[in-house]
Design a protein around this ligand. Structure first.
Ligand code: BT5
Length: 241
């Protein structure tokens, strides 16, 4: 399903570039890769440090799912990447809801989903993925960062990295469209590094919550003092209590 790959020396953000292509009708499976990004983006307006040596890329999807199920794609990407990296390079990668990849309490990478919809129909969805591969992990981050090269003690060819992860995501995406989210949800349980109790920072409040699991649409189900609620990735940041 990977249709066309655009490779750039430098872009401000692969997500921004691919969003333009999506608006002008690019097909599902279009991929944009940049060797470096000058204005890489995280969630909630945060910056993403993207020097040469890392894997900074975006994948265009046009999934036949409702807007409410969009969180599934974020989880699918994270789970698929974690599993592929474990299998290919034996690095113990875990996933932290909604979009982070961790190795031993350090952040290896993250995912930023951006989409356009008409009512409940998704027109296009851009999955932006950033993984520290051979680059020096940034130092001034909210949580300590790591890279694949640091975990492995050696650099890995980026071509091999991209072959491995694009194949894995494409395979899992097609399986998801054919049979639904349940196989991803099962894998997520094994790969999740969330502790049982988490702090949830919403725009105006900090809540304490017990993690119950993932809903069928990829939302995080938690129990707070006010009862059970489902969180979607756009609105929250999890933190340690
Ligand atoms: C994310 O945001 O983790 C999503 C990152 C997505 C980046 C990709 S790269 C390709 C595509 N094009 C883009 O422009 N973006 C996507 P969030 O959960 O908000 O985490 C952001 C926080 O992570 C920052 O505030 C920093 O503290 C930290 N951070 C920044 N750069 C990092 C890096 N290279 N490695 C680890 N942590 C980093």
């Amino acid at each position: 399903m990977i249709q066309q790959i655009y490779l750039f020396e430098s872009l401000d953000s692969t997500n921004d570039y691919l969003k333009e292509l999506a608006r002008s009708g690019a097909s599902e499976g279009t991929v944009v890769i940049a060797r470096e990004q000058t204005a890489g983006k995280g969630r909630l307006g945060r910056a993403w440090v993207s020097p040469v040596g890392g894997a900074w890329f975006s994948l265009l999807l046009r999934p036949t799912i409702t807007l409410d199920q969009a969180g599934c794609i974020s989880i699918l990407s994270a789970v698929s990447l974690a599993q592929a990296l474990r299998e290919r390079w034996s690095v113990p990668v875990g996933v932290k809801w909604p979009n982070d990849l961790y190795v031993r309490e350090r952040k290896l990478g993250g995912i930023l989903i951006e989409l356009s919809s008409q009512a409940q129909d998704i027109e296009w969805l851009v999955a932006g993925i950033g993984i520290n591969v051979n680059n020096e992990p940034p130092k001034e981050t909210r949580v300590p960062a790591t890279s694949l090269a640091r975990e492995l003690g050696q650099q890995i060819p980026l071509e091999e990295f991209f072959d491995t992860v694009l194949l894995a995501i494409a395979r899992d995406y097609q399986r998801f469209l054919a049979e639904g989210f349940e196989f991803i949800r099962q894998r997520w349980k094994e790969l999740s590094v969330l502790t049982r109790c988490v702090g949830i920072s919403l725009s105006t409040e900090l809540l304490e919550a017990e993690v119950l699991g993932l809903s069928e649409s990829g939302k995080l189900m938690v129990r707070t003092e006010e009862g059970v609620r489902e969180l979607s990735s756009e609105e929250v940041t999890l933190c340690r209590l």
